[in-house]
Design a protein around this ligand. Sequence first.
Ligand code: NDP
Length: 328
Amino acid sequence: MYTPASDRYEKMKYLRCGKSGILLPRISLGLWHNFGSVDRFENMVEMVHTAFDAGITHFDLANNYGPVYGSAEENFGRILERDMRPFRDEMIISTKAGYDMWPGPYGDHGSRKYLIASLDQSLKRMGLDYVDIFYHHRPDPETPLEETMEALSDIVRSGKALYAGISNYNSEDTRKAADILRANHTPLLLNQVNYNMLDRWTEEDGLQDTCEEVGAGMICFSPLAQGVLTDRYLKGIPEDSRAKRNFFLHESSLTPELLDKVSRLNDIAAGRGQTLAEMSLAWILRRDRVTSVLIGASRPEQILTNVKFLSNLEFTDDELAEIDSILA
Ligand code: NDP
């Protein structure tokens, strides 16, 4: 029987998501990796408990997380059934559709047909009546944006999702999507995008300003660059690491030049009394422009280490300049 930590809400900080009524934890947990049918169920249970005990209320999924596709949602449904169901109303659970999910022309991209069918499947796999956030996972230039956004609005109106989100949308498309959703009286809750010290496209794109202007939040995925922005690879490539085990992070991308930068960032983090993982998360949240960082983890200890960054989000101008010069 699981009893959550009674001080969980004192440990976490929460920030309003855009102009909505929702407060998101500054750090959220994603189930892209390590929650599939190939992974150990007890470890998943421990990670969800550890996160919830730390005040992490937001759990992020997608239809195709696994492997195999759908298995992360099935496993999360098993965890809910096992001992988390009593806390359903304390959680923000999200899922998405937009990438390859099932064969044929209706299991991918952005049609109304795909989105509505996919969410029905996701709800069954998780054993839920509704998700809190349903996202279109990536822009689909071949489907009219009106069709995709109307599908999101209708899903919200049907009660199968409480809020609509978009993911991987740039500034221009975010503005268009937000306009359509607002006209449909189902405002855009947030945009989920890649942002970390090594990938700063959202700054050049002006996305942070756009999200603020349209009243939406921004949640950043892969804030640790899949583990690169930690000390994970500073002494070689461990056998149990993502770079060894998964094709989403290639060993070949861990070049000596990149690892030299990471090592110098690690020195700055040490000077701040933080691990590099903590500093990487703090760097993203140092201003309140990003609502939450969406981390992944392969073991509960990583979650426990990572939440510590919340105690030091301040950077001196010298530290920021040094970080920029390393990344330049
Ligand atoms: P991260 O950048 O946080 O990478 C997580 C990985 O970093 C872990 O699995 C672990 O790798 C390593 N790690 C984490 N903490 C530590 C630590 N303290 N010390 C050392 N290594 C650490 O995020 P993800 O790339 O996993 O993405 C997070 C979430 O974002 C996903 O689960 C998903 O919900 C979302 N996402 C959304 C996308 C979208 O298109 N909307 C795309 C990608 C992700 P290891 O296995 O080596 O231990």
